[in-house]
Design a protein around this ligand. Sequence first.
Ligand code: NZQ
Ligand code: ZN
Length: 394
Amino acid sequence: MKDFSYYAPTEVVFGKESEEQVARLVKKYGGTKVLVHYGGQSAIRSGLLVKICNLLQEAGIEYVKLGGVVPNPRLSLAQKGIELCRQEGIDFILAVGGGSVIDSCKCIAYGVPYEGNVWDFYLGKAKATAMLPLAAVLTIPAAGSEMSESSVITNEEGDVKLGYSNNLSRPKFAIMNPCRTFTLPPYQIAAGVTDMMMHTMERYFTKDDDMDLTTDLAEAMLRSMKNAVFAVLKNPEDYRYRAQIMWGGSLMHNGLTGCGVEEDWSTHQLEHELSGMFDVTHGAGLAAMWPSWARYVMHENLSRFVRFAVNVMDVPNDFTDPEGTALKGIEAMERFYHAIGMPINIKELIGRDITDAEIKEMTRKCSRDYQRTCGGLKALKAEDMQAIYQMARG
Ligand code: NZQ
Ligand code: ZN
């Protein structure tokens, strides 16, 4: 079993009307002047943004608003946010939205006390040692950024999407009211559940077979999400299952399902090039990549793929044919993706054939100019990445 450090400092306030507590929580964590950061329309349409601002105002907390975060959040808006925070003397950042808004907040929070260009952190040229405190009022369960140490930002110059992880960026608190997710369109529900399941699958497919507790927890969470998604697609106002998905999204990416094992984030790395280049929804991009990655690497630990097939995807175990059982598990996952409206290859994702030149460019970017490998179960070299993109073209 691998040694590990588990750090999940975020205070979670969960349930109906939980946003009523926002001002108390901002004060508790030292905020006196807040940047309220949000996305396009959903938080305005639902009235959540006005409600949050009113609650802050009533409690005597000053705030400034900055909207316009788009999925695959852009560096340019974060840079605007950094300037705004400096001009206004902001000491706390509040995200009202999903992973994209929270990640944009994290980028702003890193940038305010930093003298250089905040993109340095994402390029790996600098390590943040200070940042503004931040918190989230979550409106879409998916990315898990409300408890994670990561943020993923797209630099429009070159369409490069890069992540930066630092424990400093874990939100101080996360307010989660499942009723606020009732308005999510089916595509976002499905992409969100795909993403959260992948956060656990990227930790589950490992060479380390000796951490049964982590493996059992992972399988239970994957089964719960797989069942819950159908209930909410059928009935968007199903509180019971909305709530389980919302909590699942946080638990599946706060580190719990990676304790004691080596992780493998290849599917995410391969997908980031797809969303960087084609601006697709992250969860849908993962569904388009995972089956090809799985077929490419499954022999690195076949028994894990058999276990997944049997314990998560309900495939009968053919003890005489482990490879066949593993493949049936991958096929069952593809049927699951189709059943919830997700693609299983790049053609289905972007609606056309991808070109050889585009595959070459994604390979170059994913391998950082042929300089890095990625993945723990199998360390993918540039030629492996290219082969997986080819398999996934559809
Ligand atoms: O902008 P608005 O109008 O709010 O619309 C959003 C957006 O179009 C909409 N939405 C959100 N809440 C809603 C709603 N629509 C109706 N009702 C509501 N209650 O949903 C759309 C998607 O929102 P977004 O925040 O982009 O989704 P998600 O949470 O999936 O975040 C995706 C981003 O997170 C990154 C991804 O790469 C992607 O950029 N990730 C961040 C991670 C992290 N920080 O730990 C890990 C993940 O692996 C992921 O890479
Ligand atoms: Zn993800």
